[in-house]
Design a protein around this ligand. Structure first.
Ligand code: NAP
Ligand code: 8YV
Length: 317
């Protein structure tokens, strides 16, 4: 295990396997030199550093990388596949939690809920009412990445009586929301843009200055995907200049470091990557890490292999 996971996950893996805790080693590099050739399974997360070709080369007996989180941009899954190593993630068990948080972040951004809380605590209500806020009423919402979580967000938005459209690399035949062929086209047709695509090279800066300009001066950006998906410099400029109205962020380019320029912007709600961060959902994600490892070593079939390594796992998805 590269970084600490929840105590029940550690206990479950301890019970079934010989668990090496890399983060507890005074010299992790020297420890890897000693135990690396014997390691058959790796439990990791975004906190555990990148699982790349260099690390995989030090683990010649590795069969499986079980990553905590549905996004697995922390793992070079193509390099793993080339070495015959299965990679698993934790899809499905966090969709509702992340979708709930996204709606909360959207409403907090529009109705300025954190700003209103600060206003009251600072005693400013005594001097006059909190200013009127923007509204969700009448807004068109564009979802960038209509996957499992994007669909859970869309279902919730229907109850708020707003229209939904989406962009992905191709239209989904069984989806009735309108599809737009580019992020710019989706932004131009939206007053709220919600990013919930995977991170990595394929989606780097998908939301750039051009997309923000298309979203326009009444536009709201919500990013619950990965920091790499949004050009942070362009976003700072867009918020400072009024190119867009406001934003809500759960993810950043260089977590947990958040640029001072973002911290100084008032029309911005900032969360510390808590999309899936309830005890209930993190426990379910941890259990799926355990189950993937246990099932792999008992049956040779993981539960949730990522697409890049599905062919290795004897499963079709
Ligand atoms: P998913 O079911 O695989 O959906 C991903 C969607 O993104 C798909 O609909 C896919 O559509 C689209 N997509 C992929 N590459 C794209 C590209 N280059 N351009 C446009 N669209 C693209 O994944 P999910 O479970 O919904 O999770 C999505 C992501 O959310 C995760 O990978 C993670 O980064 C992020 N996440 C964040 C948190 C948080 O705490 N903030 C929590 C969970 C997940 P097409 O294949 O049609 O393009
Ligand atoms: C995780 C996430 O908490 O699942 C994801 O992709 O971003 C979060 O749910 C994070 O990956 C923890 O490592």
């Amino acid at each position: 295990m590269t970084a600490p996971m929840l105590p029940p996950v550690i206990a479950a893996l301890d019970a079934e396997f010989v668990l090496h805790r890399l983060w507890e080693q005074a010299d992790p590099d020297a420890h890897l030199r000693t135990i690396g050739p014997r390691i058959r399974g790796l439990a990791t997360s975004t906190l555990g550093g990148r699982v790349d070709e260099a690390l995989l080369a030090r683990l010649p007996a590795l069969e499986i990388v079980a990553s905590f989180g549905v996004g697995y941009d922390n793992v070079d899954a193509i390099a793993a596949a080339a070495r015959g190593i299965v990679v698993t993630n934790t899809p499905g068990v966090l969709d509702d939690e992340v979708a709930d948080l996204t709606i909360g972040l959207l409403l907090a951004t529009l109705r300025q809920i954190p700003q209103a809380d600060r206003f009251l605590r600072e005693g400013r209500w005594l001097a006059g009412n909190f200013p009127l806020s923007p509204t969700l009423r009448g807004r068109r919402v564009g979802i960038l990445g209509l996957g499992n979580i994007g669909k859970a967000i869309a279902r919730r938005l229907e109850a708020f009586d707003v229209s939904v459209a989406y962009h992905g690399r191709s239209p989904q035949p069984d989806v009735r929301y309108p599809w737009h062929p580019t992020p710019v086209a989706l932004a131009a047709a939206s007053d709220v843009l919600i990013a919930i695509v995977p991170g990595g090279a394929g989606t780097r800066h998908l939301v750039d200055a051009q997309v923000l300009a298309a979203l326009g001066p009444n536009g709201i950006l919500i990013n619950v995907a990965r920091g790499s998906v949004v050009d942070e410099t362009a976003l700072i400029a867009a918020l400072q200049s009024g190119t867009i109205l406001a934003a809500g962020l759960d993810v950043y380019a260089d977590e947990p470091r958040v640029p001072d320029a973002l911290l100084a912007i008032p029309n911005l709600v900032l969360l510390p990557h808590i999309g899936s961060g309830s005890e209930f959902t993190r426990a379910a994600m941890g259990q799926l890490v355990v189950d993937n490892l246990a099932t792999w070593f008992s049956t040779g079939k993981p539960i949730t292999p990522v697409p890049e390594t599905t062919a290795l796992s004897g499963l079709t998805q």
